[in-house]
Write a protein that binds this ligand. Structure first.
Ligand SMILES: CC(C)(COP(=O)(O)OP(=O)(O)OC[C@H]1O[C@@H](n2cnc3c(N)ncnc32)[C@H](O)[C@@H]1OP(=O)(O)O)[C@@H](O)C(=O)NCCC(=O)NCCS
Length: 172
């Protein structure tokens, strides 16, 4: 399978926060933002493997600032690393100042998608090639985050988490 560059998976969408998207304080409802992030992240994962993908986990979601009604919100998703059948995808969320147009980052999330066949079983995906400094940093940290996610899901024993042991215990 031909490896694919991280930049080829970049997926961008821009939304306006409408009344139906808000909570009782008039700010964007967190669940709505999660759905927007899930959708654009799935497009990015699909662009990498060109197969049907399903969400396996959502990690590191941080809602740093409320996003007001009428805000213009841009979501950028990119695959940070591909493993055997799974892909880690970063989603960065920006709000645009209505006067200056300057974008401020307000949210971030890390999703894991798995490519599946017609029976819903995991299938192999191509390798990912990181090129920029940021892509390389995210690529390097992805195995550590995958192991943590698997431990939290009860799918890996902490004693098997080689990357976390290196990080916390200095073990090779
Ligand atoms: C995701 C799914 C296909 C994984 O199937 P599975 O039988 O558990 O398969 P495996 O254990 O072989 O895992 C497949 C890959 O997913 C990864 N994975 C599974 N759970 C994970 C988690 N919680 N965090 C990170 N990675 C995970 C595995 O590490 C493996 O990655 P790799 O092949 O790249 O090494 C299956 O659990 C599923 O269909 N889940 C429902 C998906 C869905 O409906 N999502 C929509 C939200 S409701």
């Amino acid at each position: 399978m031909k490896p694919r560059k991280a930049s080829e998976t970049l997926s961008i969408t821009t939304k306006v926060v409408l009344p139906n998207d808000t909570n009782t304080l008039g700010n964007l409802f967190g669940g709505e933002l999660l759905a927007w992030m899930d959708l654009i992240a799935s497009v990015s994962a699909h662009r990498h493997c060109k197969r049907v993908v399903v969400t396996a986990s959502v990690n590191n979601v941080s809602f740093q600032k409320p996003i007001a009604h009428s805000s213009i919100v841009t979501l950028e998703a990119k695959v940070s690393r591909a493993f055997s059948s799974s892909m880690e995808v970063f989603v960065d969320v920006f709000v645009e100042d209505p006067v200056t147009g300057i974008r401020e980052m307000c949210n971030e999330a890390i999703y894991t998608f798995v490519a599946v066949d017609q029976n819903g079983g995991p299938i192999q995906v191509p390798e990912l090639i990181p090129e920029t400094a940021e892509e390389k940093v995210r690529f390097e940290g992805a195995l550590r985050r995958k192991q943590l996610s698997l431990i939290l899901a009860g799918k890996m024993k902490p004693s098997e988490a080689t990357e976390l042991k290196k990080l916390f215990l200095g073990e090779e």
